[in-house]
Design a protein around this ligand. Structure first.
Ligand code: SAH
Length: 375
């Protein structure tokens, strides 16, 4: 086992549980995917981790030294035991959320009988065999599919089946009883935005008897939830034609007539809707660059200023921009909406998206409901 020495100012954060060691925070090298002991400048063990490549040199895994396969088994088992907390008639959720499950850089999502693995760290690549060995019997999955498309790891389209039969092009899953189609080979991320599950359920409750507009609808998860909840009419808006086509299909899958609703493939930033009782706003991450957070704030502000021109009652809005704190995001939203609104609800990640408390960067999801005050 390699023993690597941390720089003096890295010892503190790592000792407090931060899951990343940058390449200038450690002396020495190991093979990518190799377990390494991390020592302080006096040679005392501070933590144990797995060697990575690129900006993050080591993913910190804990204090105790364990062979990586054993550690994977223990952590995945623990994560799986907690997925019992995901309530309702639901067969789709995140099985492993990277740092939040003590396995930085490893994401596993469950879509019914299909598990989709996505690596945000090259370190796990040589352990994929172990990962599949642990996951299959534990979850009862039929297929484990690896999805590519993360810049520094596997920057290409599509994916490959790691074990089991090839997954169907379209898998149908259930989320709180609502059916959704998933394209594990080509859908965004691993197929669905699973982090919004509980928020889609809230929308189902809030949409009753309302005229609803769902901006950045993707394949219509929020839209179907609103329609199932008794919305009068739901308009789904997304710039991607393919997402809009899938949204229509998702209405049909749930026994809803798409012709009673509207589907518009256009830019949501400029789309002018009819006066609407509930507007749902869930844009893609508007920035990745630290310096661009002013640009992201400006974008959120102008978007909400525009939404306020046709939102007559409720605005349910969300952000997945990790670079913006909840406070700064809400500030931008409030400035955009203008005065005369009340904040009614705030929430973030669901139970299957845990965030390590020593890793606040992992907290990214924000969701809020605003209601227009009487004039
Ligand atoms: N609310 C969705 C997830 C939204 S993801 C859900 O619950 O599943 C963001 C979506 O915004 C993507 O589908 C992307 O195609 C779309 N998008 C990106 N830029 C856009 C724009 N300018 N106008 C409309 N849609 C846009």
């Amino acid at each position: 086992m390699k023993r690597l020495t941390l720089t003096a100012d890295t010892v503190g954060p790592v000792g407090r549980g931060h899951p990343w060691v940058y390449h200038d925070g450690v002396h020495g090298k190991a093979e990518v995917g190799e377990g390494v002991e991390l020592l302080d400048t006096r040679g005392k063990r501070v933590a144990y981790g797995i060697f990575d490549e690129g900006t993050i040199a080591v993913r910190v895994l804990g204090r105790d030294v364990l062979p990586i396969p054993e550690l994977l088994r223990a952590r995945l088992k623990l994560a799986w035991s907690r997925r019992a907390l995901v309530a309702g008639d639901t067969d789709t959720f995140r099985v492993c959320n990277g740092e939040g499950d003590g396995l930085g850089g490893l994401v596993v999502d469950r879509y019914g009988e299909v598990l989709v693995v996505r690596l945000y760290s090259k370190a796990w690549e040589r352990h994929l065999g172990t990962i599949v060995d642990v996951l299959m019997p534990m979850t009862g999955a039929r297929t484990v599919f690896r999805r590519f498309g993360v810049g520094r790891v596997d920057d290409k389209q599509g994916g490959e089946t790691l074990r089991g039969p090839e997954p169907a092009d379209v898998v149908v899953v259930k989320e709180h009883g609502m059916k959704l189609l998933v394209r594990v080979r080509e859908g965004q991320k691993t197929g669905l935005f699973l982090d919004q599950r509980e928020h889609r359920r809230l929308i189902r409750e809030w949409a009753s008897e309302r005229v609803v507009v769902n901006l950045f609808s993707y394949n219509g998860g929020f839209s179907v939830a609103a329609a199932l909840g008794g919305a009068k009419r739901v308009t789904s808006v997304d710039v991607a034609e393919a997402a809009i086509a899938d949204a229509r299909e998702n209405f049909r899958l749930n026994g809803l007539d798409p012709s009673a609703h509207a589907f518009v493939a256009t830019d949501a930033f400029t789309y002018v809707a009819e006066p609407s009782d509930l507007v749902i706003v869930d844009p893609p991450s508007l920035t990745h660059a630290a310096k661009a957070d002013t640009a992201a704030r400006a974008a959120y502000k102008s978007l909400h200023r525009h939404v306020a021109t046709y939102a007559t009652d409720l605005v349910a809005t969300s952000s997945c921009t990790a670079r913006l704190t909840g406070e700064r995001w809400e500030e931008a939203v409030r400035e955009g909406l203008g005065g005369g609104w009340a904040s009614m609800h705030r929430s973030g990640e669901p139970v299957d998206h845990p965030v390590a408390i020593a890793h606040p960067e992992g907290r990214y999801l924000k969701f809020a409901l605003y209601g227009r005050l009487g004039r």
